[in-house]
Design a protein around this ligand. Structure first.
Ligand SMILES: Cc1cc2nc3c(=O)[nH]c(=O)nc-3n(C[C@H](O)[C@H](O)[C@H](O)COP(=O)(O)OP(=O)(O)OC[C@H]3O[C@@H](n4cnc5c(N)ncnc54)[C@H](O)[C@@H]3O)c2cc1C
Length: 239
């Protein structure tokens, strides 16, 4: 999988800070933006987000190129409705090969990997044969499995990203979307530390685990750790 942050606002924190300021101050946002420096922006964002006034961070959107994930993963991803998606079409794109994702558990088991690869080879051959028989790609694709690789462009605003990280960086999420979510988190944290400074699964961002008996329990190792160390603990917990 490859995740590339393609585009984001020139200054995501300034744009959110001016939105926060607009709600509380008389005057024109176009003038207020001139007063805001990075430190000031950070404080304003922390204050309003602390109040639960999350709508101000909807003004910053982030566009990712998501490459080589499985269709099993993309199906979970597109369940997040407050986002925009464009996915490679299996109707229009005729695949010469059928690229696929092998789950680590299968890769680690030699016999399972052989069975998996053999079946994928057969499926690819059948797909190709169907195309040769004049079947359209939109119908030939019915033979393709969840493991088939796909590419998407996805845009999410910062508020939805925080929610997405809560759910999908959590160890209860499936490994592939979890790996993807962590990669996205580190990329947006890099360009917008004030907005994403406490982001992560709920046990990090909110200091609570809501998974009950299904909890992985990683939060039990958080005592005395910085947020960055907590992220590493959560991310590496199963590895
Ligand atoms: C560990 C895990 C296991 C899962 N297992 C399953 C499963 O077995 N089966 C399954 O079908 N799905 C499953 N899901 C998917 C899950 O049910 C959600 O569809 C997915 O996580 C999208 O999250 P969401 O609905 O909170 O928010 P998003 O679509 O990301 O929306 C963000 C928020 O906007 C608000 N919102 C959006 N749309 C509406 C609306 N129409 N009405 C009211 N409020 C709205 C809600 O507050 C929502 O939380 C699973 C998810 C996880 C993380």
């Amino acid at each position: 999988m490859k995740i590339v942050l393609l585009e984001y606002p020139r200054n995501p924190e300034k744009i959110c800070a001016v939105a926060a300021l607009t709600s509380m101050k008389e005057g024109a946002p176009s003038e207020m933006i001139k007063e805001i420096d990075p430190e000031n922006a950070k404080k304003r964002i922390q204050r309003v987000v602390g109040y639960g006034h999350y709508s101000v961070i909807e003004h910053a959107s982030f566009t990712f190129s998501i490459e080589g994930i499985s269709r099993a993963c993309s199906h979970q991803l597109v369940r997040h409705r407050i986002a925009s998606f464009t996915q490679q079409s299996q109707r229009y794109v005729k695949m010469d090969e059928v690229p696929f994702v092998i789950p680590p558990s299968i890769r680690k088991n030699k016999e399972a990997e052989e069975i998996f690869n053999e079946n994928m080879k057969n499926i690819a051959a059948i797909y190709k044969k169907l195309l040769e028989l004049g079947i359209t790609p939109e119908d030939a694709r019915f033979i393709l499995p969840n493991a088939t690789k796909t590419n998407l462009v996805m845009t999410m605003n910062a508020r939805e990203l925080l929610h997405f990280f809560n759910l999908r960086c959590c160890n209860r999420a499936q490994w592939e979307i979890r790996d993807m979510a962590w990669e996205m988190l580190y990329q947006v944290l890099d360009v917008s530390p004030a907005i994403f400074e406490t982001s992560g699964p709920k046990c990090i961002s909110e200091g609570i685990c809501t998974e009950g008996k299904s909890s992985c329990g990683c939060y039990k190792l958080y005592d005395g750790k910085s947020i960055e160390e907590r992220r590493t603990i959560a991310k590496e917990f199963y590895k």
